[in-house]
Structure formats: C-alpha cells, structure tokens
Ligand binder design. Structure first.
Ligand SMILES: NC(=O)c1ccc[n+]([C@@H]2O[C@H](COP(=O)([O-])OP(=O)(O)OC[C@H]3O[C@@H](n4cnc5c(N)ncnc54)[C@H](O)[C@@H]3O)[C@@H](O)[C@H]2O)c1
Ligand SMILES: [Zn+2]
Length: 392
C-alpha cells in the first residue's frame, strides 16, 4: 500500500434557502410581512434582535427608529430588541477599511448576541455589505435579515450571497460568502433615494437583461424615459425582475460561491470597479457599471458578438434612462502612456483567480466568455463613446 492510499475522504453539502418578500410599508403596524418572516424562525424561545439602519435612510425618514422599535415591541413574546436601532454611515465611504466593521462587531458583542440571534440590516448595498460582513464574522455567523433600501440593493446586492469591504486599494478586496436568512424588499424606501442612486441602480437591471433576458431588455428600452422620470410602477416591475434573474442565476449556475473563474453577473464590472476608485467614488457603483457595460458592449460589437443595431439599442436606452456611457476619467493615463482603466483587468483576474474571464453579450439575452482583451479596442471604445455623448 502506498502512502497516498491512506486517505479518509470527507464530504458534505450545506444547503441554503431564503425567502425574498416584496412589500410596501414594512414597519407599518398593519403590515405582517416582517412579523410572519421572523415568526417562521421562532420556536418558542425568545431571540435577541439587533437593528442597523443606513444613516441616509434615517435622515430621509425621520422617526424610522421609533417605527422600528414600535413594530418590534408588538411581538416581544418571541423577540427581544438587544439594543436601540443603530445608525451606520451609508454610502461607499462606510466600506473603506475596518472601523465601521469593528464598531458593528462591538455592538453585537455588547448586545450579547449569539448564533441564534438576528440582525436586521436596513440600507443601501454598502451598509448591507458591511453589516453582513461583520455579522458573518461574529460567532462565525449571526443570522441576517436584509431590508435593502436602494434600487441596486433590492434588485442585485441585497438578494445575493456576498458581503464586501474595500481594502488594499481594491473594491471588495475583503469579504465573505454569507447568504441572508430572509430579504424584504420594501418599494416605499425607493421614494427617498437620490437620483444618482435611483438611476444608477438601473445599470444592474440592464446588465442581467442584456446577458439573460431579451424580453426584459425590450421592456427596459421601452420604459427608459419613464425610468428616468422615476415612475413608481415601472421601477417595481424592474426591481422584481432584476432580483429574480439574479436569484435564478445564483441558484442555477452551479457555482453560487464562485469557485470557478467566470462570473457572468460581473459583466461590465472589470472597468466599473476601477472607475469607482479612479474617480475617487464620484462615480457610484451603479453609474460606473453603466460605463463598464457601455465599454464591453462596444467591445462585443467589434468582436462580432453584437450587431451595430444591438449596440445602438443598449447605448440609446442608457442615454434615455439618464445612465452615463462615458466619463472623463476614462482618458487617464499612466506615466508610460497606458490607460489607467486597463489595470482593472488585472485586479479582476486576480480577484476571481485563474485565467482572465470576461463575460460579454452574445446577441441580446445570451453571453459568451472571453479570456483575452485587445487593449486597442478598449481605447477605440473610449473614443467612440466620448464622441457619441458629444453628439447628443
Ligand atoms: N454584495 C453584493 O453582492 C453586491 C452586489 C452589487 C453591489 N454591491 C455593492 O453595493 C454598493 C452600492 O449600493 P447602492 O447603490 O445601494 O449605494 P449605497 O449603499 O452606497 O447608498 C447610496 C446612498 O444612498 C443612501 N440611501 C440608501 N437608501 C436610501 C433611501 N431609501 N433613501 C435615502 N437615501 C438612501 C445611502 O445613505 C448612501 O448615501 C457598492 O459598494 C457595491 O459594491 C454589493
Ligand atoms: Zn455590481
């Protein structure tokens, strides 16, 4: 017998299952969604719950802390509020380094939470990423119910399985795979969101539509003007469809925790992550993704994966919806004359590991993976998109 035969193989699966609710007025005493959701986890034992709220939401909805407290007190027979709802700095700045994570972890400790306690995380994608990250570390994982409050978080980040923090000069350099136990998308929150985030969040809906769902893409093109005008009914349909496409992809892709090198949901993201940093976060994630999709769509056209008419539909819809397709930072060059944005390709490859894998549309509604990028075509795309916006 050789040494290599002395193996005892370990193998097991862990399955995840979580509901995504769609509602309005989640903290209205008449609304039973959160109550029903939490009751489904209670088994006669009183559990602790701690609430974290995005400070942008607190500012936009004064009194939300009282509404949350009143709502939760009404079922104190099964849940005990471990402390007052706590404000977390909102926006990308919250993801910058360890301070916010450490504060959140400390308050979880002070509230004496255990692995059977619950966290209610209410906010945009940045706050959900940070609270989720902290919760995934404390006791190796405290249960999180997410209540996303932005277009992007309701249709994409908030229904996903990842957390993230910006570190080492890179977006989401640190983070964990940590699915929530439930998600509640409350459309009422979208009313108070700033335009740049409301419209910016549409880019992730376009992203999944372009590579997965031609009918959804048609709808987004038809309704681009209404979306720019912040039509309540249209956005509800768009958020719901985007969320379901993301959920279905994560469930059916066979790679929910991204062990492979491909990440189709990151179409347009190699440039986007770099553009956020290059612009010092003047371009928020959603806006940067729109520019990243515009670049990669032009690339797909030049490689023969999209027709000129398909490229034009994408870019026109973006412009009609108020999404950017170009920004002056795209022209930034290194001392040796190389486009700075191209460094995003190496960061992207390193983050996923293995071979560079960039997802492009292959017609509308399908995708293709490529492993090499011709930097000359990227430079051409930047020029083309810059000229296109100056023509409007
Ligand atoms: N974990 C994931 O899978 C995943 C996926 C996609 C994106 N993300 C991350 O999500 C982040 C972007 O999220 P975002 O677009 O929600 O922006 P954001 O979380 O940065 O929030 C944007 C701004 O809006 C405010 N805000 C949020 N909701 C509000 C409301 N209802 N009313 C008023 N103000 C409100 C916030 O305080 C903040 O100032 C990025 O960091 C991105 O990397 C994560
Ligand atoms: Zn994204």
């Amino acid at each position: 017998m050789s040494d290599s035969e002395d193996i005892y193989m370990q193998e097991f699966d862990v399955s995840y299952r979580f509901p995504v609710y769609f509602t309005r007025g989640v903290f209205d005493p008449e609304n039973t969604v959160l109550h029903d959701c939490m009751s489904s986890f209670s088994n006669g034992v009183v559990r602790k719950i701690l609430v974290y709220v995005d400070d942008g939401v607190c500012k936009a909805i004064p009194g939300i802390g009282d509404s949350i407290r009143n709502y939760l007190e009404s079922f104190s027979d099964s849940f005990e509020l471990a402390n007052e709802p706590e404000e977390v700095p909102g926006g990308e700045r919250t993801k910058n380094g360890w301070n916010v994570v450490r504060n959140i972890m400390s308050s979880m400790g002070e509230g004496h939470l255990c692995r059977h306690s619950f966290i209610l995380a209410i906010g945009g994608g940045s706050v959900l990423d940070m609270v989720g990250f902290a919760a995934s570390l404390v006791h190796r994982g405290v249960r999180v119910i997410r209540i996303p409050t932005s277009v992007l978080a309701q249709g994409d980040g908030g229904v996903g399985v990842k957390t993230g923090m910006d570190e080492h000069g890179q977006k989401n350099f640190v983070g964990t795979f940590a699915p929530p136990v439930a998600v509640i998308n409350d459309f009422d929150f979208l009313k108070t969101l700033d335009d740049e985030y409301w419209i910016g969040g549409l880019s992730e809906a376009f992203k999944v539509a372009i590579i997965k769902d031609p009918e959804f893409f048609d709808l987004l093109c038809d309704k681009a003007g209404e979306l720019k005008a912040r039509d309540d009914e249209v956005i509800e349909d768009v958020v719901r469809r985007a969320a379901i496409l993301h959920l279905d992809h994560i469930r059916n892709s066979g790679d929910p925790f991204e062990f492979g090198t491909a990440r189709p949901l990151d179409f347009g993201h190699w440039a986007a992550h770099k553009l956020e940093i290059m612009s010092n976060y003047r371009l928020n994630h959603g806006l940067a993704v729109a520019i990243g999709i515009a670049l990669d769509s032009y690339y797909a056209f030049r490689k023969g994966f999209l027709t000129e008419a398909e490229l034009d539909r994408i870019l026109s819809a973006f412009q009609d919806a108020g999404l950017p397709i170009w920004d002056k930072v795209l022209n930034s060059k290194t001392e040796s004359g190389e486009l700075v944005v191209l460094k995003g390709l190496e960061d992207f490859r390193e983050h996923l590991g293995g071979m560079l894998t960039v997802t492009l549309p292959d017609g509308i509604g399908k995708k293709i993976e490529i492993h090499e990028i011709d930097v000359g075509i990227v430079a051409e795309a930047i020029k083309y998109l810059g000229e296109r916006i100056s023509r409007r």
